[in-house]
Design a protein around this ligand. Sequence first.
Ligand code: SAH
Ligand code: SF4
Ligand code: F3S
Length: 436
Amino acid sequence: MNSKSFFVKSYGCQMNVYDSEKITSILENQGMVEKREMNNADIVVFNTCNIRDKAAHKVYSDIGRVTKLNKNKTIAVVGCVAQAENSEMFNKNNNIDIILGSQSYHLLPQMIKDNEEQKEKLINTDFIINEKFDYINEEKKSKGVSSFITIQEGCDKFCSFCVVPFTRGPEYSRHFNDIKREAESMSAKGASEIVLLGQNVNAYNYIDQGKRQQLSYLINLISEIDEVKRIRYTTSHPINMTDELIELHSQNKKLMPFLHLPVQSGSDQILKKMNRKYDSKYYREIIEKLKKSNPDIEISSDFIIGYPGETEKDFNETLKLVEEVKFTQSYSFIYSERPGTKSSSEVDEISLSVKKERLSILQDKLKDIQLKYNNSFCNRNVKVLVENQSASNPKYFFGRTPYMQSVYLESQLVKIGEEMDVKITSCNHKSLYGIA
Ligand code: SAH
Ligand code: SF4
Ligand code: F3S
């Protein structure tokens, strides 16, 4: 048993957060105690993200800050930057003690112990994917009403701008029975909503006794759990939206009518350069099929602005697609050149001011659509899954609609984990406000 204290910081996507929860459980099972403040912990675990330049750099300034106050801490860098930059990280910051890639978190307790005893820097960035899921059986602590479960990891798509195939390795899916067991355990601890996670979640497939089971099978399996009221899955790739999965949106009532389906760009020229493997016509057809299957469905997306070679015309095609699909929530980013990716060898001629201007035009448009959509809920009742209560004022609660909108509501009779009818009284582009 190790009685030291630790702190884990997440920098990245939902899977990064899920991994941090697992790391917390692994360390707690060794007798270590989680601290709320980084500065109070003996061991600081930085669970890094390499997706954009800014995210990757942040870890170095954080290490600088925490080691300036106390040189005796054990600093472990894990996750996607660790996987990508490898031992180079030791050269960039001499205070790092442990570097551990995204597939071997189960080795962390032993590495912490070895580092203490041998006073030596340690590194492991091997890719042995199935091992990760074999070893990381530790149950996560209950994290509330909406819980993530990783069902698929890695990516074989190699979009030309993206580091994920290098930081997470090839596509790998977990056995559906293991996933169901995890969902049962989470729901027994109060999770009414299960969010299935994967870098290409809809590429999920597991061959059991010669039979290939896909995401729709898994969703139906999880919906058999009575306590699970809502199911979501993210992130989907357009080319893996099978007809069966699309149809499931009309059949499975627990499956929420909201889908994150990143398009990245509305221009065929750019989509081709990005190696996205679809064109804008194909994307529009998928949306059409989804709306036909379930007319209530709403879509969110990610966009990359200023990809090398993006012209004004390309950008306008993205705006046109946004107008048509009316994405109700979205994330948009300026293209960030990432080492080792195919597009890092492209000449990036677009000036930063043009990129910033395009991003702001796109974001204004997205905001406008989102506000109009949210406004359409005013004076209507909507089903909200209540997730938590305000710490400062117990009359106020937070929850989400089926379409992932945040709702702040006032009520005396709310039960956390229950779906309830909420009358929406006002809104802005980000949130709805109501009473129940
Ligand atoms: N697998 C998902 C996305 C994972 S990364 C998909 O294929 O859609 C999350 C988002 O980060 C991407 O959708 C993309 O919009 C953005 N992103 C990835 N690499 C980027 C880069 N080099 N520069 C800017 N944004 C990037
Ligand atoms: Fe990255 Fe493309 Fe894979 Fe998504 S599909 S993780 S954007 S390479
Ligand atoms: Fe970042 Fe790795 Fe997720 S690069 S977005 S933490 S898969």
